[in-house]
Design a protein around this ligand. Structure first.
Ligand code: FES
Length: 160
């Protein structure tokens, strides 16, 4: 199987060698399962009814940021995410990959920031909300501004 999917098909690359803080530090040759593997399994389960490809990778060069994965699609940027948690972020990686496949030209840092904010925080404020607006015109801002603006920096239209 190729690591590169056909044109337009999104992939999620999950690092299975990332450790969680609770994982044993390991000695050379330690092959104990790591939290990265749990993230890969949760992501694959979330992808089971989609056409998103999930690949297991040994290191994405993002080791200091915790559990890591990347989303890629032909003709689009590749996004590397860190600080992931298997249960929460396996499904979010698949949703992000589906969005990237649908609109590869909308893959700006500001759009990613809106997505992450809505996924991680808006769900706490309004559990079960069925749609969010991700708007390319919104500015890229710092985290405090993003939270203060309720994931909608630059304007108050359609707040969650
Ligand atoms: S071990 Fe996971 S990014 Fe390096």
């Amino acid at each position: 199987m190729s690591d590169i999917g056909p044109a337009g098909r999104a992939q999620v690359l999950v690092c299975i060698t990332c450790r969680a803080a609770t994982d044993p530090t390991g000695e050379p040759g330690d092959d104990a399962p790591r939290a990265g593997l749990a993230l890969a399994e949760a992501t694959a389960a979330a992808a089971s009814t989609s056409d998103i490809s999930v690949q297991r990778i040994r290191c994405l060069g993002n080791c200091s940021r915790g559990l890591s994965a990347a989303i890629r699609c032909d003709n689009a940027w590749t996004y590397v995410f860190g600080g992931l948690e298997p249960t929460r972020d396996g499904p979010s990686l698949i949703i992000g990959a589906r969005l990237l496949a649908l609109a590869p030209d909308a893959d700006t840092p500001g759009m990613r920031q809106q997505f992450v904010c809505h996924w991680r925080f808006a769900e706490l404020a309004k559990p079960g909300k069925t749609s969010w607006n991700l708007e390319p015109w919104r500015p890229l801002v710092d985290n405090a501004t993003m939270i203060w603006s309720r994931c909608n920096p630059g304007g108050t239209e359609d707040p969650f």
